[in-house]
Design a protein around this ligand. Structure first.
Ligand code: SAH
Length: 424
């Protein structure tokens, strides 16, 4: 404290009047950084192991004023520095750590972090489309940025990250000179942080119906009105995994959204492909995507409730060589995991019953609340009830532009499984 005041006096003495604004900011910075949170003893291990969240009930005492979204220092119970992050007294997650070093959190910090995230994506082979920033996995908690070639879609899901939005946009402009930036902050989770839901341009307005290339195919993406950020980049590597099993096959896809898996199947040589989604908009977009790739003679989409239809078609004795399922997260809360398991089991059981002897099931789950082992157990239960034998072809996670951080369970969220299905 004394050192800071001393620094301040020197600064005031030597700076000219026009620098006053800067001094003000510096004063705020110095004093904001003075706020220290001390953790309770038991919690330290989890945070020390790399987890960036500090829950309100993990904090023993707070030394200094709290400015919502401001930067604070977190210390272990023994006084050692744990990290620096942003605070939101309205949120159950009181602090999210941005760094483990006592470095300044400013626009330059976000520029550096985003540049690092891009360098990593390039290093692991992404060039056009990728999840550029995957929140905690890129040490930018609650920030999502999807890169669709020259267009960027952004979500700031916490108060602290929302505060830095101008700096983030500035970094994107400097690093990429994008054709457009759009925010899809129309997500309920923001309300837990006291934020409103909104969407709109963060650049000059542009045509939000864009087109992307993936694995040699082209897809229309509606970044304004599509689901989430407009497109599910997390399955982009998994879509390639169906290449060999669909040749000459009759394929049924359910929960298709804009038809990416199904159009891949047609492209890789399927004889016929039928895709189902409950959303009329998604189906219209999927049919457009099939036509865009000249695959509309093979690949058709219809708006239907997959649960009802799969059950009925099972009774009717319909058969396919490959069934692909990519349902939405059946749960968003820990309390209803069992409901999700029941949903996954049900849909997979119905899917398996539609598969010809020796055909394949391609199945996914996108909620981190159902961890990989539990998902596999669920598929095993479904196979047992369907009286089918299954042989694993591949079991994968999300594309590697959504990095999995060991010790941070919620970064390991997507399960993608292909099994051969035979009659018992
Ligand atoms: N496979 C897609 C992503 C699917 S997201 C891709 O790779 O892009 C899940 C989809 O399931 C959404 O499009 C949603 O509209 C759809 N959906 C949700 N409930 C459904 C139901 N009961 N029947 C059919 N589709 C459903």
């Amino acid at each position: 404290m004394i050192a800071s005041c001393f620094t301040l006096l020197i600064l005031q003495k030597f700076c000219r009047c026009k620098e006053k604004g800067k001094i003000g900011r510096l004063i705020r910075l110095i004093f904001a950084d003075m706020t220290k949170l001390f953790l309770k003893k038991k919690i330290a291990a989890r945070i020390a192991n790399g987890h960036p969240w500090v829950f309100g009930n993990e904090v023993d005492k707070i030394d200094g004023p709290i400015e919502p979204a401001g930067t604070v220092d977190v210390h272990y119970a023994d006084g050692k520095f744990a990290g620096r992050g942003y605070i939101n007294p309205k949120s159950q997650i009181l602090v999210r750590l941005l760094t483990r070093k006592p470095e300044t959190i400013d626009a330059a910090f976000f520029h550096r972090r985003i540049a690092e995230a891009w360098a990593y994506r390039q290093k692991i082979g992404y060039t056009e489309n990728c999840r550029l920033v995957f929140g905690e996995a890129d040490q930018m908690p609650a920030l999502i940025i999807d890169k669709f070639n020259d267009y960027f879609v952004l979500q700031t899901l916490s108060l602290g990250m929302d505060h830095w939005k101008p700096a983030i946009v500035e970094a994107l402009n400097t690093i990429f000179s994008p054709k457009g930036i759009y925010e899809r902050n129309d997500v309920p989770v923001r309300e837990l942080e006291g934020l409103t839901q909104l969407k709109g341009f963060l650049s000059e307005p542009f045509d939000t119906k864009i087109m992307i290339n993936e694995n040699g195919l082209r897809f229309h993406v509606d970044i304004e009105n599509g689901q989430k950020t407009g497109y599910f980049l997390d399955q982009q590597d998994n879509r390639k995994a169906i290449q060999h099993i669909v040749k000459g096959a009759d394929v049924l896809g359910a929960f298709t959204y804009t038809g990416t898996f199904e159009i891949h199947a047609a492209h890789y040589g399927a004889k016929s492909v039928l895709g189902l989604d409950i959303s009329e908009n998604a189906v219209a977009q999927a049919n457009k995507n099939a036509a865009l790739n000249g695959l509309d003679a093979i690949c058709k989409f219809e708006a239907m409730n997959a649960f009802d239809v799969l059950k009925q078609w099972g009774k009717d004795g319909r058969q396919y060589d490959v069934v692909m399922l990519d349902p939405p997260a059946f749960t968003k809360s820990r309390e209803s995991i069992q409901k999700a398991i029941t949903g996954y089991k049900e849909i997979n059981l119905r899917g398996m019953k539609l598969i010809r002897n020796g055909g394949f099931l391609v199945t996914s789950s996108c909620t981190n609340l159902v961890q990989p082992e539990l998902f596999l157990q669920t598929i095993e239960m479904a196979a047992k009830d369907a009286r089918k034998k299954i042989r694993q072809v591949t079991f994968q996670a999300q594309a590697s532009d959504h990095p999995i951080i060991w010790g941070m369970e919620n970064t390991n969220y997507l399960k993608f499984l292909i099994v051969e299905v035979t009659d018992k």
